[in-house]
Every structure is written in C-alpha cells, then in structure tokens.
Write a protein that binds this ligand. Structure first.
Ligand code: CP
Length: 320
C-alpha cells in the first residue's frame, strides 16, 4: 500500500480486516517490522483516539512515532497558491511539507474541512498539497471529506461482532442515522462509512437523515437513503449514529422538526442491534445515556479497534 487516503487504497477489504484481527490477536508479532523507520503525525485539528491509536500501533511495529499538533503549537500554515502572506499565516505548506518529509518515512495528516467552501473542501485541497510536497507516503488521519482509518475500524468491528455473535442472516442490515448536535460537523465519518460498506459489499446499508442533510451521492450510491428514522431502524442489526452538517446548503444546519434523538423505545424496533459511534459523542444531545451505557453499545470496543486498523495500514505501507 503506497498511501492510505480512502477505500480506493484498499484493494482487498476482507483481507485487510482479517489481517487487522490477526494483529489484534498477536499485537507484537511484527514488532521489528518498523525498526529504523519513523512516522510523523501532523494534527491541524484536535484528536484523542486517532492520535493515540496511531502512536500505539507504530510502537507495536517497532517504529518511532513523532506527533506535531500544528493547530495548537505550530506556525499558522498557508495553503493558497500565490498567497501574499501579510496576514495571520506564517508558513506555506510548500515550505513545510518537504521538510516534514525529510524527517519521516510516512507522513500522517489530520485536517478538517472549513465547511465554508464546498468545492475547496471536496477537492481535498489541503491533503493534496501534503501529498504533492512531502515526498513520502501520506496516511490520512481524517481529511476534509473522509476518515478512512475510522471506517476501516468500523468494518473490522462489525466483522468481529458477527464472528463472536452470529445473527443468522446472510446480509446484516446496517443503518447509519443522523443525530442532533449543537454545531456544524463535517460529513467525513458518514461519507467514509457509506463508501467503505458499499465497497465491502457484505451488508445492506440504509442511511436515514432529515431532509436537507442528504450526503454527496458519490459516497452513498450503494446505500438505500430514507428520511424516516423509525422506518430505517426496523430489523437493523447495527446502528451507527452520527451527526453531520448539510452538504447541499453547505456547512449549515437546516431546521429539523422531528425528534432524531434515539432512545430505548426506538431501539426496540431493531433486531437487537448493536450501537456504533466514532466518538467523541455529546451525551444526551447526540445519544442518550440509556443507550451509550446500555448492553447494545459497541462504542468502546470500536474505539479500541482503532489500534488494529492503524497497525495493519502502517504495516502494509512499510511493506508495500
Ligand atoms: N473518532 C475519532 O477520530 O476520534 P478523535 O477525534 O479523538 O481522533
């Protein structure tokens, strides 16, 4: 694997899931495979799970990992070509990225969308400049439109759960439902999840969201898209809960008249479904305590599995 930016870099998803679960069963099996190599993790935005799981994964591969929180600690970075830098930005990505590429063997980058300019965000303007100028393989720790390590984790977690608790159905029903939030969030996790389960092809995916919150169809074209949450929940085996802001009215929060906050009563419509969320979650806004603390929740295991997604991907990037 030369880079990891999206599902298009994963040629064999079942094989990747299988190998990730092998790493989980034997975390130190490849403890020398990264000897003498270094990964640099560059965060333009905050993180807990992505940062720490990537560090743990690199350590378990015998690789050195350095982390730089550009957004909090670094010089303010400029991404516009030809910019006259007489404002707040101090360092152009054209200057920074080649230096970072000289320090590390793999450059991992997290950047969020601005949610103001859809064209710029969906062109992956920032991530592509790191790819263009770093001169080393780039690993996405979440970009403007996708969160591929999260999505790989999600399909690993579904597979693992089905192996441990078979549901007696050939094709599980997986629902991705929009949930309320207090602020505008990116579409990345939802886009990426839809894209990964579509490419994986092992589940029936239904996406439920209020009118005005439809995702970009290029990510969701293999899913069934509905506007009624309860209709979607019926007989679901997995329910992935996530907020996202509008794609059509880009980055805004169109008014929602119905109550999209889940509860135990709505959950009873499901086929004893397992609950997924990428975290962090705003309790009792996005999801109630009764579900997060209840017997259906997979969220802690899902977050723990971030290590195995990172480990299998870094291992494959070290040994393409
Ligand atoms: N799910 C996820 O990416 O978590 P962090 O933002 O804490 O990395």
């Amino acid at each position: 694997m030369k880079q990891f930016l999206s599902v298009h870099d994963a040629t064999d998803i079942p094989g990747l899931i299988r190998e990730a679960l092998e790493h989980k069963a034997n975390p130190w099996k490849h403890k020398n495979s990264g000897n003498g190599k270094r990964i640099g993790c560059l965060f333009l935005n905050p993180s807990m799970r992505t940062r720490l799981s990537t560090q743990v994964a690199a350590q378990q591969l015998g690789m050195e990992c350095i982390v730089f929180n550009v957004g909090a600690e670094g010089w303010s970075m400029e991404f516009e070509d030809g910019a006259i830098m007489n404002g707040t930005t101090v360092e152009h990505v054209k200057d920074a990225a080649p230096i970072l590429g000289n320090y590390v063997d793999i450059l991992a980058v997290r950047t969020f969308p601005g949610l103001k300019d859809r064209e710029a965000d969906y062109s992956e303007h920032i991530m592509h400049q790191f790819i263009q100028y770093a001169g080393v393989p780039v690993l996405s720790l979440e970009s403007a439109t996708r969160h591929p390590l999260q999505s790989l984790t999600d399909v690993i977690t579904i597979t693992e759960e089905l192996q441990q608790h078979p549901i007696g159905k050939k094709r599980p029903k997986v629902v991705l439902t929009w949930a309320p939030h207090v602020k505008a969030l990116p579409q990345c996790v939802a886009n990426s999840f839809a894209e990964w389960v579509g490419a994986w092809g092992e589940v029936d995916c239904v996406i439920a969201q209020p009118p005005g919150y439809e995702l970009d169809a290029s990510f969701t074209h293999q899913a069934t898209v509905v506007h009624h949450q309860e209709e979607a929940l019926r007989d679901a085996d997995f329910v992935y809960v996530k907020n996202w802001s509008s794609f059509q009215h880009y980055g805004t929060l169109p008014e929602v008249k119905e109550n999209w906050l889940l509860n135990n009563e709505k959950w009873s419509l499901t086929h004893n479904a397992k609950l997924m969320h990428c975290l962090p979650v705003r309790r009792n806004v996005e999801l109630p305590d009764e579900l997060l603390d209840g017997p259906h929740s997979l969220v802690t295991r899902q977050a723990s599995n971030r290590v195995w997604a990172a480990q299998v991907v870094i291992h494959k990037m070290l040994h393409p």
